[in-house]
Write a protein that binds this ligand. Structure first.
Ligand SMILES: [Zn+2]
Length: 502
């Protein structure tokens, strides 16, 4: 069997003014072929697929694999160029029996609201109906009819934080290879829950829901179960939580299970939907928490959701309230990092911090700071073994306060305490750490925190899902309306069903 892998990943916040162009992809690397693939980057699943395939005597070729930090829509020519490279490899290096893709599922480019649907549709035209196409998706994906029809199998992460990306890659491999060998016939049931929101899987109710999905996968004829949570800040028609159930050839069972799981999520909606604290409410909580480290997530400025990562709302309020023994990071400010590097460790300088990228960044803060530490490149783990780079970084102490900030030159959310400790800032010994992240920080910070709270303050990622100013997506969704008419079971999508038949 001959297998092609490819990857084109970014999550698009259509409300973000930050463009996603070549530099955004090159910051993570645009890998072509086997060279450059590593187990400590977003390319890790492709190497897993290669090793699984080789062990079974299959041949593997790698097309482009690349990722860009979430931001605004991708530049049209950049998307088209990367897409066409994958299509060209599929045509010229083939024939293949199967294609394994790493996609995000919420990518938008200028002129393309559904990049993954476009790519899968074109790829199907190139390889033909007999080739099995599978894609691993981030659970923050919009599953469109074109995606469901273009792929034979879609497998989304089950965990948020996404700690299971390698497990899901392994499952996708098995399903795709078994389908290509004719041993199974994946048949999709898709249920649209009519919900826009974020659902953290570490909470007891979502934990039970995920465990239920895993249990269902052990019941034949079910092959695979995913909950596509959707990505709230993608203003596209298909933005909605959706349940995907693949069975082995049983369309009725697939639709029935999808509908049942959708009803279960619907029943949980009030319990599991994200509700953040206001900034002051969160800072009040610090005062009454037991001794130890309190972690507050500045969710509205999560670079991983397309926010700039340089907003000052939380820091300004901490200064106003005289909070001490506190740190905040990572705050994206390449200009300020450059000034700190120029001044050197130990220097005191007047520094304009944050508030530079866009209106959602808030105003810049003019501060007297002391440079406590510098590093040429700050690298931390992400939610998997993959490492991420925050570029050059500096630890600054705001003079006259006991507030410490980690500045970074490359946009990145705070995945790990190493954001602080790699610069020598012992975050575990502090009272308060404010981390710019939505939920991916959780797994690594939980062991050192006595209390963790999510803050829904001002910023680019509006925490009130009912108020997101959609223009392309209709407003028929919970929590905007109590009973959305949209929630419905969609028709089954048999193997390789062309879009035209839908
Ligand atoms: Zn995600």
């Amino acid at each position: 069997m001959r297998i092609l892998t490819a990857g084109l990943m970014t999550e698009t916040n259509t409300f973000s003014p930050l463009p996603t162009g070549w530099a955004a992809f090159e910051a993570f690397g645009v890998q072509r072929g086997r060279d450059g693939l590593t187990e400590t980057s977003v390319t890790a699943p492709a190497l897993l697929w290669e090793s699984l395939a080789r062990a079974e005597g299959h041949a593997v070729a790698h097309s482009v694999i690349t990722f860009a930090q979430p931001a605004g829509p991708t530049v049209r020519a950049v998307y088209e160029s990367l897409r066409d490279e994958i299509l060209r490899d599929a045509a010229e290096q083939g024939p293949f029996d199967a294609v394994l893709l790493l996609l995000h599922g919420a990518m938008v480019a200028d002129g393309y609201d559904d990049c993954e649907g476009d790519l899968l549709t074109r790829l199907r035209e190139v390889v033909g109906p007999g080739v099995v196409i599978g894609a691993e998706l981030d659970l923050h994906c919009h599953v469109s009819p074109a995606m469901a029809a273009g792929a034979d199998v879609l497998v989304a992460f089950k965990e948020y934080p996404h700690t299971d990306s390698m497990e899901r890659a392994r499952e996708l491999y098995r399903l795709v290879v078994d389908a290509a060998a004719g041993r199974i016939r994946p048949t999709l049931g898709l249920h649209d829950c009519g919900m826009v929101g974020l659902y953290f899987t570490q909470t007891p109710d979502m934990r039970a829901f995920v465990d239920g999905m895993v249990a269902l996968e052990r019941q034949p004829p079910v092959l695979s179960v995913s909950l596509a949570h959707g990505f709230p800040w993608g203003d596209v028609a298909d933005n909605s939580a959706k349940v995907l159930v693949y069975t082995d050839g049983d369309a009725e069972a697939a639709a029935r299970h999808a509908r049942q799981l959708g009803a279960e999520l619907w029943a949980l909606r009030d319990k599991v939907a994200f509700k953040g604290l206001g900034v002051d409410e969160a800072l009040d909580r610090v005062a009454i928490a037991p001794p130890g480290l309190v972690v507050l997530a500045d969710t509205a400025d999560n670079a991983g959701g397309g926010a700039p990562g340089d907003s000052t709302f939380m820091l300004a309020r901490m200064l106003d309230r005289g909070v001490g023994n506190a740190c905040l990071g990572p705050l994206w400010d390449p200009v300020a990092v450059g000034f700190c590097q120029e001044a050197g460790v130990g220097a005191e300088l007047d520094l304009r911090v944050g508030g530079k990228a866009c209106a959602a960044s808030g105003p810049p803060l003019d501060l007297k700071v002391r440079v406590r530490a510098l590093c040429a490149e700050l690298r931390t783990p992400s939610y998997t073994a993959a490492m991420v780079s925050l570029g050059a970084a500096s630890w600054i102490e705001i003079v006259g306060t006991d507030i410490h900030v980690v500045l970074c030159a490359q946009r990145m959310q705070g995945f790990s305490p190493k954001v602080f400790t790699e610069l020598g800032l012992e975050v575990a010994a502090m009272r308060l750490a404010v981390v710019k992240s939505y939920n991916h920080f959780y797994a690594a910070f939980a062991p050192i925190a006595v209390d963790i709270a999510h803050v829904a303050g001002p910023g680019a990622l509006m925490g009130d899902m009912a108020a997101i100013p959609f223009r392309r997506r209709d407003l028929d969704y919970w929590p905007r309306v109590a009973e959305p008419a949209r929630a419905q079971v969609q028709p089954a999508f048999p193997n390789g069903n062309p879009v035209a038949k839908l």
